[in-house]
Design a binder for this molecule. Structure first.
Ligand code: MRU
Length: 350
């Protein structure tokens, strides 16, 4: 996608360096971070300089590639096994991160030339992921009728992927095809992925939109102002239960109440068919500081952190929730749109 007329991906690699758009300072500054080793890449994941399930997939794959490139011939597997553990310990909920590490690791294990095999597999996986998100956009755009108002939660745009997006990809493709759409971006407290990242993306792409407070969704739905809701996913269980950014489930409940179609957009890499139901999905607990403090530029454009809650109070900060499959109208994948049933999900993998 374009930033100021120039093509960018969220994540890319040149040799042993991994380049990442610094999402934790967007939209106030647009900067690229160069990570020179796998430990820096792990830290970038932990502090959410890079985030979003599909962007984490590419970043984790590249982190493991960095480990392969850093290791010596004598310590190769010892070094890589340690790196694998550290990468997998960065964030627990998005299955894409684990999928990527396993895929690159297995390709290298099964090769006589592990270092080159790891690099080739990571690049193949990233290319497939970009193609999948474009396909999701094409299938999802068929759901979008001219004049629709669409709500989305968190950022499941190209910043959460490598390119295109999952939930936002159908909106970009519909908009580029000339359909008139209006997007409501839930602000997505506490980190503001909607108000900061989706809004920035939609603005860059010229898509008419407004940021809404997280608690305004049900009201707008009740007023007939939302025709369709599309969100992304971090892990979809075998029965269709879907983990996504905290607050997603509330929107699904409200959408069901008002009879509004509620779609999840995700590639096959986000399905965890070994996970029976949403009850088995590990939900990340993040720092209470993300709730208690907010960051933004002061009058001199310096990014400042300010306390926005009652001093001395503590906070609870679950990063994700699980929307039961019965609240989901359909899942938009690169293989088409399915109803979230065990049979349909199994059929995606044959
Ligand atoms: O905590 P985050 O910002 O990594 O959470 C991201 C989400 O929940 C997205 O909706 C999801 O990963 C889909 S990104 C294409």
């Amino acid at each position: 996608m374009k930033v100021n007329g120039q093509d960018f991906k969220t994540v890319w690699r040149v040799g042993a360096s991994v380049f990442l758009i610094e999402q934790n300072i967007l939209p106030f500054e647009f900067k690229i971070f160069e990570s020179k080793n796998y430990r820096q890449t792990c830290e970038a994941i932990i502090i959410m300089l890079v985030r979003g399930a599909i962007a984490l997939e590419a970043t984790a794959a590249y982190a493991l590639v960095q480990a392969f490139l850093e290791a010596t011939q004598n310590n190769l597997w010892q070094y890589v096994d340690q790196a694998k553990k550290e990468i997998e310990a960065t964030r627990p909920t998005a299955v894409n991160l684990f999928y990527a590490v396993k895929r690159v690791y297995d390709a290298a294990k099964n090769s006589a030339d592990p270092v080159n095999a790891a690099q080739a597999e990571a690049e193949k996986m990233v290319a497939e992921s970009i193609a999948a998100t474009k396909k999701i956009g094409e299938y999802g755009a068929e759901l979008i009728i001219d004049g629709m108002n669409i709500e989305t939660h968190c950022n499941a745009g190209w910043l959460g992927c490598v390119d295109w997006g999952t939930a936002l990809s159908p909106m970009y493709i519909a908009h580029r095809a000339g359909k008139k759409i209006f997007v409501y971006a839930d602000e997505t407290r506490p980190r503001g992925q909607g108000s900061r990242l989706s809004a920035w993306e939609l603005h860059n792409e010229g898509v008419p939109h407004a940021i809404i407070p997280d608690n305004a969704g049900a009201y707008l739905m009740g007023q007939g102002k939302v025709d369709l809701m599309i969100v992304g996913a971090d892990r979809i269980a075998a029965n269709g239960d879907t983990a996504n950014k905290i607050g997603t489930m509330e929107k699904a409940i409200a959408a069901k109440y008002f009879g509004i179609p509620f779609y999840v957009a995700a590639p096959l890499a986000t399905f965890d068919i070994n996970c029976e139901s949403g009850q088995n999905i590990k939900i990340e607990e993040r720092s209470q500081d993300e709730v208690l403090y907010q960051t933004g530029p002061d009058e001199n454009d310096q990014i400042k952190k300010v306390l926005v809650c009652s001093p001395g109070s503590s906070a609870v900060n679950p990063g994700f929730d699980v929307t039961p499959a019965e609240l989901i109208t359909g899942i938009i994948t690169e293989k088409g749109i399915i109803k979230p049933t065990i049979e349909n999900i199994k059929a995606l993998f044959v």
